[in-house]
Design a protein around this ligand. Structure first.
Ligand SMILES: Cc1ncc(COP(=O)(O)O)c(C=O)c1O
Length: 349
């Protein structure tokens, strides 16, 4: 399925690497675990949203936009990457940040992505938690239009059918890389938030008639809410592309057991997953998305959910800037309980 007919601009370093995780695989003693490092898209610390922004801003420029407006939670990676893309394209940028965290500390309020949004030159507008952010976005768009600007509005997480095309393309890239390595992929595992990444992967896998499953670990809401969100976006994206085989209901897999008390609220399993992947592989996950998805993957491997001869790809969607917004949580003493989880040389530090 060729996506070339859709407007797109080049923002990403691609293909992003597909690598084996030998020490994590050995540590868990189960299936072979691979990592697709989507984090290396390159723009302003990278991350998954750059792939959506290629299509979104392709459309925006085609429409003659001179101002980009988007929204997100305070430590939104999507917002930071949108601000970077706008800067790179010479577009003005306004971002609406919602105070969604119940107990933010100083770092959450001022460090990480918040710091970078300002550095990247975005106009930052804060909104209290519980604000109807979609309505607020529309309102800013109308205000800008009334002053003669031509705003392009990007919804939460860039997750509409246009942005989701970025992950259809990413799935095609991943399957091609696996083919080149003669690697049979059995499962893809990904964090699922505004749903575009998961929905795009599902559609991308369908375009290639691949049997690999796409498992989303929900990071913002319960599975019974996230499941229809992913399904509806996958359907809308498939219709947007047109001429695609139907997406069977079983292709939409969502689990929310590792969400904890809610979006961006840390869990012990997230902290352990972030620490273990850092110490075993030298790879930095993030506290809001990939840390919780990896906690799910690791737990499922331990519970024998996968067969030992299976190949799993974890999609590293980025988010490391968020680490610096959670220093209190992540700098507490290690939660690891076995010597394997904390390499010896670290103990004396
Ligand atoms: C680092 C990271 N991973 C995963 C996601 C989830 O992607 P999506 O919103 O497309 O579900 C996000 C969304 O902001 C993110 O920033």
């Amino acid at each position: 399925m060729n996506l070339d007919r859709f407007p797109r601009i080049d923002l990403c370093h691609a293909p992003t690497p597909l690598e084996f995780m030998p020490r994590l695989t050995q540590h868990l003693g189960g299936p072979q675990i691979w990592i697709k490092r989507v984090v290396f898209t390159g723009m302003a610390l990278g991350g998954n949203k750059a792939r959506k922004l290629e299509f979104l801003l392709g459309e925006g420029l085609q429409q003659g936009a001179d101002h980009v407006v988007t929204l997100g939670a305070l430590q939104s990676n999507h917002v930071r990457q949108t601000a970077a893309a706008a800067a790179r394209l010479g577009l003005a940028c306004t971002v609406l940040l919602e105070h969604r965290h119940p107990n933010p500390d100083y770092a959450y309020l001022h460090n990480g992505n918040v710091l970078l949004d300002g550095l990247l030159g975005a106009e930052v507008v804060y909104r209290p938690g519980g604000t109807d952010m979609a309505a607020a976005l529309k309102q800013v768009g109308e205000q800008l239009r009334s002053t003669g600007r031509r705003p392009y509005l990007i919804p939460s997480g860039g997750s509409n059918p246009v942005g989701t095309l970025g992950y259809v393309k990413a799935a095609q890239e991943l399957l091609q890389q696996a083919k080149e390595k003669s690697l049979r992929l059995d499962h893809i595992v990904v964090a699922s938030g505004s749903a575009g990444t998961q929905a795009g992967l599902v559609v991308g896998v369908a375009t290639q008639a691949s049997t690999v499953t796409v498992q989303g670990f929900a990071v913002s809401q319960a599975a019974h809410l996230q499941h229809p969100r992913v399904a509806a976006l996958a359907l809308a994206t498939a219709q947007w592309i047109g001429d695609l085989p139907e997406i069977p209901p079983e292709a939409i897999r969502v689990n929310a057991d590792y969400l904890g008390q809610g979006y961006s609220i840390p869990t012990p399993a997230m902290v352990a997953a972030v620490q273990q992947v850092a110490r075993l592989e030298g790879i930095l996950l993030d506290p809001v998305y990939t840390g919780k998805a990896m906690a799910g993957l690791m737990d499922w491997v331990r519970r024998g959910h996968y067969r030992a001869n299976e190949n799993i790809v974890f999609i590293h969607t980025g988010g490391q800037a968020g680490l610096f917004g959670f220093c209190d949580t992540l700098s507490r003493p290690t939660q690891a309980s076995s010597p394997l989880e904390v390499p010896q040389r670290q103990k004396g530090l």
